[in-house]
Write a protein that binds this ligand. Structure first.
Ligand SMILES: [Zn+2]
Length: 203
């Protein structure tokens, strides 16, 4: 199943730069609770699945702690989907492809990424239940006509986004769902950083 960008280190570096842009914006706004100064207080992370193409930036998730009230501010992320140990890219790609995947390809995919079938089933449930109930989805769904079938998330959303290349549509989707990766309501920076062209051919 795999697509070239999926194994391309520069794709992941780009997503890191996007996360840094979002985090810079959050930091410059100050603490959302008291307006205090935010200090870096990253969470350690050990993402699974494509470790060989990830740089050391993926060992942490950007987060801040307020110098005054000590409360946490964790900005939205296009890399980490909440606390899942697999990156958002993997969760989206695998669950979008899981709709209509043949048993053979499914087995190969699970092997390539070292995924348990129960993990995929859990992710699909997450889309159907948690994501479909989120404020992020409530805000998003009104932007699509005809309405998206929430039972077919995230494939239905991926199929509706602009961009010929899968990497482009995947990136847009990660950007749109980034608010769900944090409990804080933080506005994303207005402009979506442009994704460079990546090889999308299947390998
Ligand atoms: Zn504060």
């Amino acid at each position: 199943m795999c697509h070239a960008f999926f194994r391309d280190a520069s794709f992941y570096r780009f997503l890191s730069r996007v996360d840094e842009t979002i985090a810079d914006e959050a930091r410059s706004s100050g603490c959302p609770y008291c307006g205090g100064v935010l200090h870096s207080a990253r969470y350690p992370r050990k993402p699974r699945g494509v470790r060989e193409v990830l740089d050391e930036g993926y060992a942490t998730r950007l987060s801040f702690c307020c110098a005054t009230c000590r409360r946490r501010t964790t900005p939205p992320s296009v890399r980490f989907l909440g606390r899942k140990v697999h990156l958002g890219v993997i969760v989206v790609l695998v669950t979008a492809l899981a709709h209509g995947l043949t048993p053979d390809r499914r087995a190969r995919l699970i092997e390539q990424l070292d995924l348990w079938p129960q993990t995929i089933a859990r992710w699909r449930r997450w889309w159907r239940e948690s994501f479909a109930a989120s404020r992020c989805w409530q805000a998003l769904q009104g932007r699509f006509l005809p309405p998206l079938d929430r039972h077919r998330l995230p494939g239905a959303l991926l199929g509706r986004l602009e961009g010929e290349a899968l990497s482009q549509r995947l990136y847009r989707l990660l950007w749109l769902i980034a608010p769900v990766t944090t409990t804080l309501v933080l506005p994303l920076p207005v402009a979506l950083p442009a994704l460079p062209a990546f090889q999308d051919r299947a390998v």
